[in-house]
Write a protein that binds this ligand. Structure first.
Ligand code: NAD
Length: 345
């Protein structure tokens, strides 16, 4: 397996392969960059086909965290961890404790948090072995960051709509949301309150039906969401959803959602730009969660201050979209450049 010349390596500072025979742990922690602070990033538990797939995923996600935290103006670097395991079958207390010991061995250079396949309960077990964990909540409240992520996406969406359509309000704006899980459902409620007209989809028909009834929204089959007559497409399900084919098909003129790594390849950003579809870079729009998780690490937690910080996502999106318009370049490329500028300080 290639590591230093892996296509996603991108100057990672440290990559740790961890193994614990007794619990069956096979994990990788990637620390991409710690120039702005410790590398914070979630722990993904997923049954990767092999360690090559796991390495590719952790490297890409870890670099994404560096850029996300830099543009969210957080005193954090970027890192990520993966465990090669099926979260429904293999997630035992012994496995999570072994992961906690691996995190502890980095002495705080990497701080873990929940991600897909891991939840708050798992973080509590990890916490038994290391204090370098966030996202456990405070004052008895849940540590679930998704309402903050959703509010950040809402702010990003408003800015992107202003740039693309020249309007400040969302009344009657048609927004198609793909995935109404933790983030998508919160986003749908905020948009509904702001007067938007919603088109929703999810592979989980039960929660889709409930939310559509609650909000009086139209629901469509998962495969139809790209073709609906919408002004905005909000991907809130999985990554790599914006393929070349989807970029050709979309009727919406704005893309802004919560999913990580929405672009299947970097070239898709150029295709969206050529078609006049304004793309809000995913890691800028969805930074509300990491802003909240960072705040939870500190003794003095001020919810209002966290919300104000999340709302600054609007200004960052404004800066990116203004630059993109002035340079006639795509916003994804501008965001990456801006993040690298901030890293160089
Ligand atoms: P979630 O698992 O709660 O929700 C995802 C939803 O998408 C589920 O309801 C699922 O059934 C649905 N879905 C999956 N595949 C689909 C498909 N093909 N078509 C339609 N629906 C589909 O996850 P979440 O926490 O809401 O996160 C959503 C996305 O946002 C993920 O990509 C996640 O990585 C990203 N994200 C989440 C946060 C957060 O705070 N939770 C922060 C940053 C980024």
């Amino acid at each position: 397996m290639r590591v230093f010349d892996h296509p996603e390596f991108d100057h990672h500072q440290q990559i740790v392969f961890g193994c614990d025979e007794a619990s069956g742990l096979r994990a990788i922690i990637a620390v991409h960059d710690t120039r702005r602070g410790p590398a914070l990033g979630g722990l993904r538990i997923y049954p990767y086909a092999d360690e090559v797939d796991a390495l590719t995923d952790v490297l890409r996600l870890s670099r994404g965290m560096t850029y996300k935290s830099a543009l969210a103006d957080l005193p954090l670097g970027g890192g990520k961890a993966v465990i090669i395991a099926d979260p429904r079958r293999d997630k035992t207390p012994a496995l999570l404790r072994a992961m906690g010991r691996l995190v502890e061995s980095l002495g705080g250079r990497y701080i873990t948090a929940e991600d897909s396949g891991s939840g708050e309960e798992d973080m509590r077990l990890i916490r038994e072995e290391t204090r370098h964990v966030s996202g456990l909540g405070h004052d008895g409240e849940s540590g679930d960051p998704s309402p903050f992520t959703a509010h950040g996406v809402f702010c990003a969406l408003k800015s992107t709509v202003r740039h693309r359509f020249g309007r400040d309000d969302l009344k009657g704006l048609r927004v198609a949301i793909q995935g109404v899980g933790h983030v998508g459902a919160h986003l749908a409620r905020e948009l509904h309150e702001a007067g938007a007209q919603l088109l929703l989809t999810d592979i989980d028909r039960g929660s889709l039906g409930l939310l559509s009834d609650e909000l009086g929204a139209r629901s469509v089959a998962p495969g139809e969401i790209f073709d609906v007559d919408a002004d905005v497409f909000a991907p809130c399900a999985m990554g790599a959803v914006l393929t070349e084919a989807v970029a050709e098909r979309l009727k919406a003129k704005v893309v802004c959602g919560a999913a990580n790594n929405q672009l299947a390849t970097p070239d898709v950003a150029e295709r969206l730009h050529a078609r006049g579809i304004l793309y809000a870079p995913d890691y800028v729009a969805n930074a509300g969660g990491v802003i909240e998780v960072e705040a939870q690490r500190h003794d003095h937690y001020d919810r209002e201050a966290v919300m104000r910080h999340v709302e600054r996502i609007s200004a960052t999106i404004d800066e990116i979209l203004t630059r993109a318009r002035e340079e006639d370049s795509n916003p994804a490329e501008v965001a990456d450049r801006l993040a690298r500028e901030r890293l160089q300080g």
